[in-house]
Ligand binder design. Structure first.
Ligand code: MN
Length: 228
């Protein structure tokens, strides 16, 4: 299959009209206690951060391609904060002013490869970083979304609810995550923060239709396919 067959979405248009390259994908692990519990993981005492490449982004109406290297690709529905104003060491009280928009996203995860990596104490880059493994929904201006901790996140697969939770269940709220991450990585406009998944993660099969929603955010519709 030719390398240009994946529809790379390497730019994002913010609500203020700026079209920017997608920068870092900052992703948070174990940010809902019920999900840490279903993964038999401890609840962290500080945010657990990993990165995905921008080449993993696909948009509403596109496909997640299940890779031949994995037999067990899971959905993780997440609220995504889209950074519109950069900064380093951003105070928590000002953190949400750096968010231009919110979207629903999916942190697709090759669970079998992640389990093997955990066992070998290897990084998660492969399990999390395949092409199409970071679906990003349409952007909704932050002002229209309001408090990011007062949303209901939901994922259906072929119409059946698989994940549903209020974002006030996050262990570390969005403002804390931005403050924490900005002490490590200078944030830049076009960076995306995937804020962690609630419980109910599970395997995705070829042909399944995923729909992710969050209160006041535009929905994300994705189809799972497999490379022929
Ligand atoms: Mn996740």
């Amino acid at each position: 299959m030719p390398t240009d067959s994946i529809p790379f979405r390497t730019k994002v248009t913010l609500p203020d009209g700026r079209t920017l390259p997608i920068g870092k994908l900052l992703c948070i692990g174990r940010n809902y206690a019920e999900h840490a519990s279903e993964m038999k993981s401890d609840v962290p005492d500080e945010p657990m951060v990993f990165l995905k490449p921008a080449s993993a982004v696909v948009r509403d109406g596109e496909s997640v391609v299940l890779p031949p290297q994995s037999e067990d690709v899971h959905h993780e529905v997440e609220l995504v904060a889209v950074i519109g104003r950069g900064g380093h060491d951003i105070p928590e009280a000002e953190a949400l002013d750096h968010v231009a928009a919110y979207a629903v996203g999916l942190d697709m995860t090759a669970r079998d490869l992640q389990a093997a990596a955990k066992e070998r104490r290897h990084p998660w880059s492969v399990a999390k970083g395949f092409d199409t493994f970071a679906p990003l929904g349409p952007l909704t201006p932050a002002a229209d979304v309001g408090d990011p901790q007062q949303l209901v996140l939901e994922l259906t697969v072929n119409g059946d609810t698989r994940q549903k939770a209020r974002t006030d269940r996050m262990i570390f709220p969005v403002a804390t995550l931005i403050h924490h991450c900005s002490q490590i990585f200078t944030l830049q406009p076009g960076d995306l923060l995937y804020t962690g998944t609630p419980s109910g993660v599970g395997a995705v099969a070829e042909g399944e239709r995923l729909e992710a929603t969050a209160t006041r955010c535009a929905p994300l519709r994705i189809q799972a396919t497999r490379r022929s």
